[in-house]
Design a protein around this ligand. Structure first.
Ligand code: PLP
Length: 233
């Protein structure tokens, strides 16, 4: 726990360095702190160090933390995990963002279930960029179709694209695997000024993701330490 302060500062410094190296604008990359499996106290610690955006993968855990931290009124909740249709309502009622839209049915349910007193739910479409390595995400040839659908749903606001690549062995391979999604994001954002988010980059490939145009890196381990799944399950 006492390392969160040091870790967070280091991650922010790495982001800044990568942004400079890539000759990108200052503040063009946001940090999403991925807090799955971590206790509420760890999120609170990061919050009091200035972190506002938190990413969670498991619906019940996300909702429990949302309620436990409801006194922190400007905290921002991002859902980044797979979504089962019977859990979509809980997500629609609590989250500010969803990064893992990869089925039309889920997009439609979130749109229907979004409470009318909340602003539109910010969403990213998840793209599968490393073939068989992952079961989640649409393939790029399905993107236009999915973009049209999401844009037609009034209670969702399409913000961009998200991907989780298979682990690569080198910095150059990490960059190469991001090429197709970087390109797709560039085209999409040119056509629509609301589309401003490329959600790529985790603890192991932060620099490559920023070089590839990431605007939001999702960092867990480098901030909160290794996850202990046995403690949760
Ligand atoms: C767990 C997770 C992360 C964070 O991964 P780290 O390697 O711990 O930084 C980012 N994105 C998604 C979708 C995740 O599930």
């Amino acid at each position: 726990m006492e390392n969160i302060k040091v870790n967070l500062a280091l991650v922010l410094q790495q982001i800044e360095q990568s942004v400079q190296l890539a000759q990108r604008d200052e503040n063009s990359v946001r940090l999403l702190a991925v807090s799955k499996t971590k206790p509420v106290a760890a999120l609170e610690a990061a919050y009091f160090l200035g972190q506002r955006a938190f990413g969670e993968n498991y619906v019940q855990e996300a909702v429990d933390k949302y309620h436990a931290l409801s006194h922190l009124t400007d905290i921002e909740w991002h859902f980044i995990g797979p979504i089962q249709s019977n859990k979509s309502r809980l997500i629609a009622e609590t989250m500010h963002w969803v990064h893992s839209i990869d089925r039309k049915k889920i997009a439609q349910r979130l749109n229907e279930q979004r409470p009318s007193d909340l602003p539109a739910l910010n969403v990213c479409i998840q793209v599968n960029i490393s073939g068989e390595a992952s079961k989640s995400g649409i393939i790029l040839s399905e993107l236009d179709d999915m973009v049209s659908l999401v844009k037609s749903l009034p209670n969702l606001r399409l913000r961009g694209l998200m991907a989780i690549p298979a682990p690569q062995h080198s910095h150059s391979d990490q960059c190469r695997v991001y090429e197709p999604i970087s390109q797709a994001f560039l085209e999409l954002s040119k056509s629509d000024s609301m589309i401003d988010t490329l959600s790529i980059g985790m603890s192991g490939d932060l620099a490559a993701a920023i070089e590839s145009g990431s605007t939001m890196v999702r960092i867990g381990t480098a901030i909160f330490g290794e996850r202990d799944y046995s403690a949760k399950l």
